[in-house]
Design a protein around this ligand. Structure first.
Ligand code: FAD
Length: 399
């Protein structure tokens, strides 16, 4: 392989390019990114950035990095199609870029639920720096915001709006918060956390209709609101792959090597549905860890170190003063054990499947999180009574 083209200048794409050079790859590396901004981190957009634009440091790499590492970064350009027989990526505008290996790192875009009267142009969303700039520009005038979605991003934004004394209603269609990822035990712990911040949580409620400043809810209520924030999950950007005839199913389908159904094309990060050894079946993760480690995994394969993707999933979310960290995947869980007292603000939930530890969810307990990462990576479990006893020394169990 002497010419690698990467579509997407987000966390996964940039990490892959950097890792190729780190591993000594001598060929050409071209990154095509639709967004005009120097590649940046997304997590601060719903955390530090919304608090203070000046205090946040967003770029993934300094501007000089790309030139110094001979990475051709083409920002503000969109890939339109893949000509697989010719091994060429076709850009909007018609330019054709030949590749020996193509990496799809196209990420995801926000999902807009089908709500009557929802006009994507007049609501707020948070995925890109451009969205965050728009949102910060509007915060000063807000008295009340309605957040559609009680997932990580919706709740992070809710906490930040409350810090500015903006009244917030969060609508969550499911009966619990962050239900796609967290154990029910941990979801329940976040209800008082947000209620104490003054957020109004409406579980099991969906917006059925938006008309002007009014949001009609499934429970019969109507909210009068200044702004609507849509944070209802994402859709993977898989069209480039599907239109080129590659398998897609909730993302671009890849093997344990992160190869698509075409051996000259890989897919990584938020857009890739992959078999994860810590999960069940094919999964798609939306996390920095996954984007970074998948970028590295593909770069390793392209530089002679072929191995299956087997990194432990981990994640974090900051909601006000509450710092949540997750190690492992709670899929298929059947038992949970609480360590510590939620009322103290510091605690962890240990999650088990068939008697084995599969995930640990920690609140303001970074030591528990670090131990969990070591144990889970080493495929070690802890007896439930040990996990539940806050006096037990977990560090002593580390490999
Ligand atoms: P992305 O970062 O989405 O990058 C994909 C890029 O590809 C985009 O720039 C897109 O414009 C571009 N692209 C798509 N199609 C094309 C095309 N045809 N041509 C050219 N370019 C194209 N994760 C955590 O672990 N912890 C957190 O606290 C956390 N907080 C987050 C907060 C917010 C507000 C958001 C939005 C995400 C957060 N995440 C967090 C998730 C994390 O940021 C993502 O998982 C990660 O950015 C995924 O990287 P990616 O490269 O796969 O995709």
């Amino acid at each position: 392989v002497s010419r690698v083209v990467i579509v997407g200048s987000g966390q996964a794409g940039v990490e892959c390019a950097a890792a190729l050079r780190h591993n000594g790859f001598q060929g050409s590396v071209i990154v095509i990114g639709a967004e005009p901004d120097l590649p940046y981190q997304r997590p601060p957009l719903s955390k530090e950035f919304l608090k203070s634009v000046e205090d946040s440091s967003l770029p993934l790499k300094g501007e000089a990095f790309y030139g110094q590492n001979n990475i051709e970064l083409r920002l503000g350009e969109r890939a339109q199609s893949i000509d697989r027989p010719a091994r060429e990526l076709v850009l909007e505008g018609g330019e054709r870029l030949p590749y020996d290996h193509l990496v799809l790192a196209t990420g995801a875009r926000n999902r807009f639920p089908p709500i009557e009267g929802l006009d994507p142009a007049s609501v707020m969303e948070l995925r890109t720096l451009a969205h965050a700039r728009l949102m910060t520009g509007r915060l000063d005038d807000l008295k009340h915001a309605t957040i559609i979605g009680g997932g990580f991003i919706g709740l992070e934004v809710a906490a930040l709006l409350r810090q500015r004394d903006i009244a917030v209603d969060v609508l969550e269609a499911a009966d619990r918060l962050m239900g796609r990822v967290l154990s029910p035990m941990m979801s329940a712990c976040f209800v008082p956390i947000h209620e104490q911040m003054g957020t109004r949580l409406r579980l099991g409620a969906v917006a059925t209709r938006i008309k002007g400043r009014k949001v009609m809810l499934s429970d019969g209520d109507t909210l009068d609101t200044d702004a609507i924030v849509v944070a209802a999950g994402v859709v993977p950007n898989a069209e480039l792959a599907s239109e080129a005839g590659l398998a897609t199913d909730n993302g671009v389908v890849v093997s344990d090597r992160l190869l698509t159904t075409d051996p000259a094309i890989s897919a990584i990060g938020d857009c890739a549905a992959h078999p994860n050894p810590y999960g069940i079946g094919m999964i798609r993760l939306e996390s920095v860890q996954n984007a970074v480690d998948q970028g590295k995994c593909v770069a390793a394969r392209l530089t002679g170190n072929d191995h299956a993707y087997d990194s432990l999933p981990w994640f974090w979310s900051h909601q006000g003063a509450t710092k949540l960290q997750i190690a492992g995947l709670a899929m298929g869980m059947d038992e949970t054990v609480m360590r510590g007292d939620p009322a103290s603000g510091k605690f962890s939930v240990f999650v088990y499947r068939e008697g084995r530890l599969i995930a640990v969810e920690s609140v303001n307990s970074p030591a528990d999180h670090m131990v969990a990462r070591r144990l889970l990576s080493a495929r070690l479990s802890i007896p439930q009574d040990v996990a539940a006893d806050p006096a037990s020394d977990l560090k002593a169990l580390m490999p």
